[in-house]
Design a protein. Structure first.
Length: 135
């Protein structure tokens, strides 16, 4: 049952990642401070996943909420946020954020195409933003 459910959720998650990736890449980051990047990334993930901001920042353990939280934390990390900074802003411990980051690949592997798309999009977006900042 769990494998079948995961496969079904993985298919549904593909659309989620593609929408998050598109929305995330449209966020302008030139001259933005950490608070702006945090808030806009959070809004992007919340709007795309149709999961409330409060839920993403909560300790809710439902699969959809956890997936959105993992995507959010990973995107922040790729933008240069340290785990301690993410933890402070989200109200989590640093070790919880480190666990999310270290477990990201495992969750991506079990989540199917969803996490593969987010990873590709996150890496591309982070790379583009770093080049813009350096110029």
């Amino acid at each position: 049952w769990h494998t079948t459910t995961r496969a079904i959720l993985g298919c549904a998650s593909t659309l989620f990642v593609e929408r998050v990736s598109q929305s995330y890449n449209e966020i302008p980051r030139n001259g933005m401070n950490k608070t702006d990047i945090f808030n806009q990334t959070l809004e992007c993930v919340a709007n795309t996943s149709e999961i409330g901001i409060e839920q993403i920042l909560s300790h809710n353990r439902s699969s959809e909420v956890v997936d959105a939280r993992y995507v959010f934390v990973y995107l922040l990390y790729r933008q240069g946020f340290y785990p301690s900074c993410i933890a402070a802003r989200m109200g989590f411990t640093r070790s919880a954020i480190c666990h999310i980051l270290s477990d990201f690949d495992h969750r991506r592997a079990n989540g199917g195409y969803l996490f593969e798309s987010v990873l590709r999009s996150g890496l591309t977006s982070a790379s583009n933003n770093m080049q813009t900042t350096i110029k």
